[in-house]
Design a protein around this ligand. Structure first.
Ligand SMILES: NC(=O)c1ccc[n+]([C@@H]2O[C@H](COP(=O)([O-])OP(=O)(O)OC[C@H]3O[C@@H](n4cnc5c(N)ncnc54)[C@H](OP(=O)(O)O)[C@@H]3O)[C@@H](O)[C@H]2O)c1
Length: 400
């Protein structure tokens, strides 16, 4: 085995978030490997971004929120680190020359910078699942044409990526994504209707950002992941299944035609899939937490689509195709924000998404075609407007 060859110059998009922090923590553990940082990019957390910039000395530190730029400038004055803010500055930073980009901005906002990074031919370590959901084929094509690659960081897709035999792709019968089931796995629908923000954010196994934590509670997260898996591994919707696995030890599986099922296991720690994406096709040695399989039995259940309709909605959007996944994603982002603001109940999240998709389908607004980024942006804007209109009226989950 030769010496370990790791990317030298990196960019971290979403550096101040949960995945961003795990990424920088892991990079700091790459023994004897000097990392150079092209750009650190965040939304509005000037204090944390400045701390990171002082530690990592990027060429540029960028915030999306222009009103937070004066604070960032003040905190970095005298350091010589360039600062910038605004959406175009985010995209410009994402398109800077580097070998490896962590894409970990949350939501649709991650799409344009991820595409900009893909155009450079860098390896994209993809955590921002929403960009694949909204423009998956275009993003993968862009990375390929530029001579780069997209390596999934979502633990489920990292698992599949590791056990997916490309030379035997035609002999794969299905992908099995595992799901913890989230905090409401055993709750009744009635109890879920009164679930609070705090209860929904209390994920049993993973510590994550707020949006993905709510998505995990509704199981929209798994729905987004089904779409992500279908695009990433060119697998038709009917061959991507979901299985509840409350311990989050098996991160996903690939079932082959000969009856073999290959799984990847690991502790629920994002640094392991990030390490995989950083060193691939090598393996990066670090002081990783290890599994103790004597500690817990591994159990499995079928998902309950009546209590978790978001999963069924996502599968439907994937089968519908065109702009349905992008519209679903936008409606979900609007509904999750409303739930986090305590403006709607927990079950209203999926009800808002369902109603938005119905209205858009009735208007014929879900067809594909045209420039992928422009089409995704238009769909996102329209679906956000329709979802806000849905929220302003009576929701089916309240009247049911
Ligand atoms: N957390 C996990 O374990 C996990 C696992 C798998 C996949 N993912 C995916 O990874 C992505 C990030 O998740 P997370 O949990 O790390 O989220 P998070 O903790 O909320 O962090 C989001 C990051 O994005 C930045 N950001 C937000 N809006 C932005 C914008 N408009 N422009 C530029 N930056 C922006 C935030 O900056 P500020 O802090 O300044 O607001 C922060 O750095 C999501 O797509 C999620 O689905 C996460």
């Amino acid at each position: 085995m030769g010496p370990l060859s790791l990317p030298r110059k990196v960019t971290v998009l979403g550096s101040t978030g949960s995945v961003g922090l795990s990424t920088l923590d892991l990079l700091a553990r790459a023994d004897g490997h000097e990392v150079e940082v092209a750009a650190l990019v965040a939304g509005r957390n000037a204090e944390r971004l400045a701390e990171q910039a002082i530690r990592w000395r990027p060429e540029v530190a960028v915030l999306q929120d222009e009103s937070a730029l004066p604070e960032l400038r003040e905190r970095l004055s005298g350091t010589g680190i360039r600062t910038a803010a605004g959406e175009s500055a985010v995209v410009e930073a994402a398109g800077m020359d580097c070998q490896w980009t962590m894409s970990a901005i949350v939501g649709f906002a991650g799409l344009a910078p991820t595409l900009a990074a893909a155009r450079t031919g860098a390896v994209i370590a993809l955590a921002n699942k929403e960009s694949l959901v909204c423009a998956g084929p275009a993003l993968l094509r862009t990375a390929k044409l530029a001579g780069g690659a997209v390596i999934p960081v979502d633990s489920e897709h990292s698992a599949i990526f590791q056990v997916f035999e490309r030379e035997n792709a035609e002999r794969i019968s299905r992908l099995i994504l595992t799901a913890s089931g989230g905090p409401f796995r055993t709750w009744t629908r009635q109890a879920m209707s009164a679930a609070t923000r705090e209860q929904a954010l209390a994920h049993p196994n993973w510590s994550m950002g707020v949006k993905i934590s709510i998505d995990s509670a509704t199981m929209m997260n798994k729905g987004l992941e089904v779409i992500e898996a279908s695009y990433l591994f060119a697998m038709p919707p009917e061959r991507v299944d979901v299985l509840i696995h409350p311990q989050s030890i098996i991160h996903s599986m690939v079932e082959y035609a000969d009856g073999s099922t290959l799984a990847q296991l690991g502790p629920p720690d994002m640094r392991t899939p990030i390490a995989c994406a950083f060193a691939w096709p090598d393996r990066m040695p670090w002081d990783a937490p290890k599994l103790d399989l004597t500690k817990a039995p591994l159990t499995f259940e079928e998902p309950d689509l009546d209590r978790f309709p978001a999963l069924a909605l996502a599968k439907h959007a994937l089968r519908t195709g065109g702009m349905a996944p992008a519209a679903m994603n936008a409606a979900n982002e609007v509904a999750v924000a409303a739930f986090l603001d305590r403006r709607i109940g927990f079950l209203d999240i999926a009800a808002t998404v369902a109603e938005t998709l119905e209205r858009l389908a009735a208007d014929g607004a879900l067809d594909g075609g045209g420039d992928a980024l422009e089409r995704a942006k238009d769909t996102d804007t329209t679906a956000r407007r329709v979802a806000s209109g849905v929220l302003a009226g009576p929701l089916r989950s309240q009247t049911a």
